[in-house]
Design a binder for this molecule. Structure first.
Ligand code: CTP
Length: 409
């Protein structure tokens, strides 16, 4: 059953490009509809006419269609397919993909896609073995890109042999069919092209140079959401108070200490499509931070510490007029009246959703790995089962992606 299966084949520049014509045939024999994008370099090796004759479709070479004076619809090209194959993938094209460059049609499509991508590298063995290429391959694998080959063997250049030959068209076609049939086997990238700003962890509010006010937040939930959003293809800015967790892969982490610093970092990170405020921001800071360590004065009386309220970051972002993210999500960590308190916060802070959780000491949520949350929105309340924090993060990200898609129609 391969009916209705579609592949976008991106042909890079290299002598292996001629094998891509065979790949088109192999895919079509298997009932796959193929559209082709060719880079400028690819056209030095094979012509768009040859690819077009084999696909019976228009071949795309430029970001802009000079005759029609419009963009060729790169977003549609990037999304309206079951799979993107890059074959041959040159070192240059993979470097562009790893860096997120989008200077031509092929790289733009690869940056804009939310579909699975299969890469078939082909290059000189020295270029393949180069640390720069290997770094890019590692990055692309972390990003969820699938690879086939390269294989070892004779190179087109006389006398050179080694790892760098493109995988055979038949093998690429078969792998492509597996990926198309698996459908969601590769991580879907439903948040591709979106910017998500997340706060996480506690804040530390200094009392004097050696003491501070803090709380028990570990940052595990916020960091897990950042990792899940990045896995879903989002550009993620994680603004984190002091935590002992490693930075999640593929996320820009901005470390801060205090609530005021956290607010400034959030404002600097905007605009964003989504804001998720998972930090346990200290509600108060010391009115006058001592520049010297506060000493006991011998009277037996503790010093009076005057506190002032910190800015509310969630509320500030929720009430933004011009720059408000489409979706603003807050958390409500409560020990009593969970729903009523969460609903109050939803209204007061102008959030779209509140992820409410019971953090009574008996639940072990604070610092633990599991979480039982309820999603409070303007439409109602959703109960989720007890899940690991990673699973809560994945579900939340999937729910966010679905909400954005509905909102964008
Ligand atoms: N929040 C924030 N900035 C603050 C306080 C809270 O951004 N200064 C955010 C949190 O990140 C969370 C939500 O507001 O998303 C609710 O946090 P919580 O501590 O439960 O709410 P508070 O407003 O502090 O309410 P209270 O302490 O009275 O329960």
């Amino acid at each position: 059953m391969t009916g209705g299966k579609r592949v976008l084949l991106i042909i890079g520049g290299g002598i292996a490009a001629y094998k891509s014509l065979d790949l088109i045939r192999r895919l079509r024999e298997r009932g796959v509809k193929v559209k082709v994008v060719m880079t400028a370099a690819a056209q030095q090796f094979i012509t768009p006419l040859a690819a077009g004759a084999l696909t019976a479709e228009k071949v795309y070479t430029d970001l802009f269609d000079r005759e029609a004076e419009q963009d060729v619809g790169h977003i549609r090209l990037a999304r309206d397919t079951g799979l993107i194959i890059v074959a041959p993938a040159t070192a240059d094209l993979m470097a562009k993909m790893a860096q997120g460059l989008a200077g031509d049609l092929a790289s733009t499509v690869l940056l804009a896609t939310n579909r699975p991508v299969l890469v078939a590298p082909a290059m000189n063995p020295a270029m393949w073995a180069h640390p720069a290429t290997q770094r890019n391959v590692a990055t692309l694998k972390t990003d969820g890109i699938a690879f086939i080959g390269p294989e070892s063997g004779e190179m087109a250049e006389s006398g050179e042999a080694g790892l760098g030959r493109m995988a055979e068209p038949l093998a690429i076609a078969e792998r492509a069919l597996e990926l198309l049939e698996a459908g969601s086997a590769l991580p879907a990238r439903p948040l591709a092209g979106k910017h998500v700003v997340i706060t996480s962890g506690p804040t530390h509010e200094p009392i004097d140079p050696v003491r501070y006010i803090a709380n028990r937040s570990s940052g595990k939930q916020g960091h897990a959401i950042a990792a899940a959003a990045a896995e879903a293809g989002a550009r993620v800015t994680l603004i984190s108070g002091p935590v002992t967790l490693p930075d999640p892969a593929g996320v820009t982490v901005i470390p801060v200490e205090t609530a005021k610093e956290m607010l400034a970092a959030v404002e600097a990170a905007l605009p964003a499509d989504v804001a998720i405020m998972a930090a346990a921001v200290a509600d108060w800071r010391v009115a006058q931070e001592g520049s010297e360590k506060i000493k006991k004065d011998g009277s037996g009386q503790p010093p009076a510490l005057a506190l002032v309220e910190n800015p509310d970051i969630l509320s500030t972002v929720g009430h933004l007029a011009g720059n408000r993210p489409k979706l603003v999500v807050g958390f409500a960590a409560e020990t009593q009246n969970l729903i009523a308190n969460a609903q109050g916060k939803l209204q007061r802070k102008a959030a779209d959703w509140i992820v409410a959780n019971d953090v009574s000491p008996s639940t072990g949520v604070m610092g633990g790995d599991a979480n039982t949350v309820r999603i409070v929105t303007h439409d109602g309340i959703e109960d989720w089962p007890t899940l690991g924090k990673t699973e809560v993060a994945r579900r939340l990200v999937a729910r966010i992606a679905a909400a954005l898609e509905t909102a964008e129609g």
